[in-house]
Write a protein of this length. Structure first.
Length: 118
């Protein structure tokens, strides 16, 4: 079955960097959209970034544009989220997701915690 496994979360000071990884398995993701979402305590889950597996084209939420970079390594079946200039408001559980369209994601990972201290 399809599995998305996130890693790379942790505690970092404001201004620091982290790189999240999402190891995908269980099917070919050609034609899929891979996304990163986050959910802070007491808040709804929000979109962070997405990338089309085949073309590599990407799109970002305004709140992370210029600071975060999404990429994928096709041979490794892995999606990354490089997060720079982190802010306390970036603190959340970050989830990886995969879907056929940008409107609906069929598969989700278990999440990885990112905590940014001020």
């Amino acid at each position: 079955q399809v599995q998305l496994v996130e890693s790379g979360g942790g505690l970092v000071q404001a201004g620091g960097s982290l790189r999240l990884s999402c190891a995908a398995s269980g099917r070919t993701f050609s034609g899929y959209v891979m996304g990163w979402f986050r959910q802070a305590p007491g808040k709804e889950r929000e979109f962070v970034a997405r990338i089309r597996w085949t073309s590599g084209s990407s799109y970002y939420a305004d709140s992370v544009k210029g600071r975060f970079t999404i990429s994928r390594d096709i041979p490794k079946n892995t999606v990354y989220l490089q997060m720079n200039s982190l802010k306390p408001e970036d603190t959340a559980v970050y989830y990886c997701a995969a879907g056929v369209t940008t409107e609906h994601y069929d598969y989700w990972g278990q999440g990885t915690q990112v905590t940014v201290s001020s």
